[in-house]
Ligand binder design. Structure first.
Ligand code: PLP
Length: 390
């Protein structure tokens, strides 16, 4: 394996599905000194961030900003919408679905699982049948994009099913999905949606954004799970006045306001979703051309692409070349997929040149590890996919 020439300043690149590369706008915003958070100056920034997030989520309802990683947002969503002993249905198609189940167990919920093989999605019909079979279910918890596999769930269809049940709320972890794949929070009637800052918004980790609709607020009024920091009712009371209950992550909120303004000027969330779709299609086409099987040939989403190594080649050898020779960080497998796949991100601040770069260097890595294929075939397939869409 080669290393960069010592004369060259190493240029590192994140192709992981979170954290993702920070946009220059974010870097600039984070470099500023901060206003105090109980001032008009900060309230104007908070208002900008809150309204920008409503556009990002496609909702006019509350989007709360929490100082937390994505898992904190998941925990907040769950403890506010259920009481101990309530029956919840966790849709588990990977590592992050298991997280819903684990949070539920930690708070004494009656956790029922609806599972799908990793690499496939739970189907809406299966959800419909599970709800019909168990009238005690009070909440359905699912991932928009299951980041451990890159699989997409059909949230629109699932929301239509849950909407029929006034006693059930739908809570969606769109931490990595929002901004990479369509999600119309209000139009589809999704009760609670959780998003993380370090994904499509090209911000650093540290903020969770949680939308809550009227059906969910009605539920929240009645639940009894003990909570303090993640009390969404208290947050709402403050955040409608553009303050937070506790000291907010001021720099991150300044950057959120800035990046959402930039995104709106560039076409908004629809443009970001379209971009991820193009990059994902290019990556899938390249993978097939060079002989790297898709983990999910049918249920894939566009936030990331999960790939297996070519027959007989350990995936770790490929990621080692990418990291060592090209300073590009792709993600490996999680849980039971550890050592079996690599994941390339498309969500956020990536463009066509970035994706052609990673595809080109994957081709070099494949040659270094002795895979027999037609060099250039991945790039050609990606180019063709781009030209089809551009
Ligand atoms: C779909 C999904 N859910 C939950 C999480 C957990 O978020 P965090 O690591 O920010 O707590 C992630 C992060 O990778 C994710 O992609």
């Amino acid at each position: 394996m080669r290393e960069n020439s010592p004369l060259m300043i190493p240029k590192t690149r994140l192709f992981t599905p979170g954290p993702t590369p920070l946009s220059p706008t974010v870097l600039q915003a984070m470099g500023k000194n901060i206003p105090h958070h109980r001032t008009d100056e900060f309230r104007a920034i908070f208002k900008g961030a809150r309204e920008g997030l409503q556009r990002f989520f496609k909702t006019t309802q509350d989007v709360l900003i929490l100082a937390a990683s994505g898992s904190g947002g998941m925990e907040a969503a769950l403890v506010n919408t259920l009481s101990p002993g309530d029956t919840m249905l966790a849709l588990v198609a990977g590592n992050f679905g298991e997280r819903w189940a684990n949070i539920g167990k930690a708070y004494g919920m009656d956790v029922q699982l609806l599972e799908a093989e990793w690499g496939t999605a739970v189907k809406p019909e299966a959800l419909k049948a599970a709800l019909a079979a168990n009238p005690k279910i009070r909440g359905v918890f699912v991932q928009h994009n299951e980041s451990s596999t890159g699989v997409k769930h059909d949230i629109k269809a699932m929301a239509a099913i849950v909407r029929e049940r006034p006693d059930v709320v739908l809570v969606v972890d769109a931490i990595s999905g929002m901004g990479a794949m369509e999600l119309r929070t209000e139009e589809w009637g999704v009760d609670v949606v959780v998003v993380g800052s370090q994904k499509a918004l090209a911000l650093p980790p540290g903020l969770a954004f949680v939308s809550v609709n009227e059906k969910a607020w009605q539920r929240i009024e009645t639940t009894k799970t003990p909570k303090f920091y993640y009390d969404l009712k208290r947050e709402r009371k403050n955040q409608v006045n553009f303050e937070s209950a506790w000291t907010p992550a001021i720099s991150l909120i300044v950057a959120t306001d800035a990046v959402l303004k930039e995104l709106d000027a560039a076409g908004g969330v629809d443009a970001l979703v379209k971009n991820a779709g193009t990059l994902a299609a290019m990556t899938r086409a390249a993978a097939i051309a060079v002989g790297m099987p898709l983990l999910s040939p049918n249920d894939y989403g566009d936030a990331l692409t999960a790939l297996r190594g070519p027959e007989g080649i350990e995936i770790g050898k490929i990621t080692k070349v990418l990291k060592g020779e090209f300073k590009s960080e792709v993600a490996g497998g999680q849980g039971k997929l550890k050592g079996q796949i690599m994941r390339i991100a498309h969500l956020g601040y990536y463009d066509v040149t970035d994706i052609l770069g990673i595809i080109g260097t994957v081709e070099i890595a494949l040659q270094r590890v002795g895979h027999k294929f037609a060099p250039g075939s991945g790039i050609a397939a990606a180019n063709a996919e781009y030209l089809k869409r551009a």
